[in-house]
Design a binder for this molecule. Structure first.
Ligand SMILES: [Zn+2]
Ligand SMILES: [Zn+2]
Length: 392
């Protein structure tokens, strides 16, 4: 049983330091696999702790272990650490000091909460039966960091985790409330790159060229019928073309045009239909106009599927530590993706959403900044999960 009052008191004690730390991390955002200063800040904060810190598995990750006073299971808690190529316009006094790079997904808040949790759990270590694995993971936004850490054996290092949890700050939800739900919660996300090749030439002599611009336009409209005509309407599937590029002048038809986009879905068996539909459409449309085509389809994130037992544990910890109203019953699926999904393929666990405010500015927007009011309930929840899972 988690000692709620004592837990909240110890979280309150570390909070001022954690708010300053969050602001310090917010000032120095770094994108995927470049998180050197961020990682140094994390390591400096943990330097005088009793956590056993491993040498990096990649370059910028930090993996630590807190051993409890007696034997028991290991719980893994994960924070992502990377930022986005966004020019911040939040107006915060601690805004990014790096032009064109910002913590627009709130990973600064995730890091601060997990570091606060390390401090709090260290003070409870004698009450822990088992251990807590802390993972500060790079490159979440590229679907690369979590997968790479797991391929390097993160989940096989003893003691192997028996449960895994992560939090993500969530605009549109009241401050400090938390939610999760068993089953698919976030989508799989793949990417594709199509190159349409024709034969360029003078804009005034269309009969002498093979026009890749017109063909690319037909490919775009053709691809839109894959979801509407090949997929069961009961399924949630998205196919978006997000980049189209070709040509440099208003009187020259170019040799080639590139298209880039993403597919999103929850049921992994749909990937084959999507991939095949894109291939057939691209080849068919290009052949009809005399163009050739190249398609590169790359698997990105797997769907994020929360486990029932982990969601039950989280609900019980949140309602007992923060009050019954703190568990938010609405948890709609989203077509967004999260690379914590790779952990949940191997270890039972859950990703919890942490409310940042109903009117909070959207994730990935230039105006976004994490809500400091959400740090306390986040640290209470992460600490409470470990204390409950490794309870005596
Ligand atoms: Zn993001
Ligand atoms: Zn994120």
């Amino acid at each position: 049983m988690v000692p709620h009052a004592e837990l909240r008191k110890r979280v309150a004690d570390v909070l001022p330091e954690i708010v300053s730390l969050r602001h310090a991390l917010h000032r120095i955002p770094e994108t995927h696999f470049q998180e050197r200063e961020t990682s140094a800040t994390i390591r400096a904060f943990l330097a005088d702790s009793s956590l056993e810190i491993l040498p990096p598995l990649l370059q910028t990750d930090t993996v630590g272990l807190l051993r409890g006073g007696s034997d028991g299971p290991c719980i893994l808690l994960r924070s992502d650490i990377d930022a986005l190529p966004v020019q911040e316009r939040s107006g915060a006094a601690w805004s990014s000091e790096r032009p064109g790079c910002a913590h627009s997904c709130g990973h600064d808040g995730h890091m601060a909460m997990l570091l606060g949790t390390a401090r709090v759990l260290e003070s409870f270590s004698q009450e822990l039966a088992g251990s807590v694995r802390f993972v500060f993971q790079p490159a979440e936004e590229e679907a690369a960091g979590g997968k790479a850490l797991i391929e390097k054996g993160l989940l096989d290092i003893a003691p192997r985790p028996a449960a895994a949890f992560a939090l993500h700050g969530w605009p549109g939800m009241p401050v400090g409330r938390l939610s999760s739900a068993a089953g698919p919660s976030m989508a799989a996300a793949d990417t594709f790159l199509i190159t349409v090749r024709g034969r360029g030439g003078h804009a005034a002599f269309p009969h002498l060229v093979i026009d890749p611009v017109l063909t690319a336009a037909r490919v775009v409209t053709g691809l839109q019928s894959i979801v509407s005509r090949s997929m069961d309407p009961q399924e949630s599937v998205v196919l978006s073309i997000c980049r189209i590029e070709g040509g440099k002048a208003n009187n020259v038809i170019p040799d080639e045009v590139q298209l880039e986009g993403t597919t999103r879905y929850f049921d992994r068996s749909l990937q084959g239909t999507l991939r095949e539909g894109i291939r057939r459409t691209v080849e068919g449309v290009c052949a009809a106009s005399g163009c050739t085509a190249e398609l590169v389809y790359e698997e990105g994130y797997v769907p994020l599927v929360n486990h029932q037992s982990a969601v039950d544990l989280a609900r019980s910890v949140v309602t007992s530590c923060l009050g019954p109203a703190s568990w938010f019953s609405e948890h709609p699926r989203t077509m967004g993706a999260e690379d914590f999904a790779f952990y949940l393929e191997k270890v039972p666990g859950a990703l919890l959403r942490l409310g940042l405010g109903e009117e909070w500015r959207p994730l990935h927007s230039a105006a976004f900044d994490f809500n400091d009011q959400s740090l306390e309930p986040g640290i209470v929840t992460l600490s409470g999960l470990a204390l409950e899972f490794c309870g005596k």
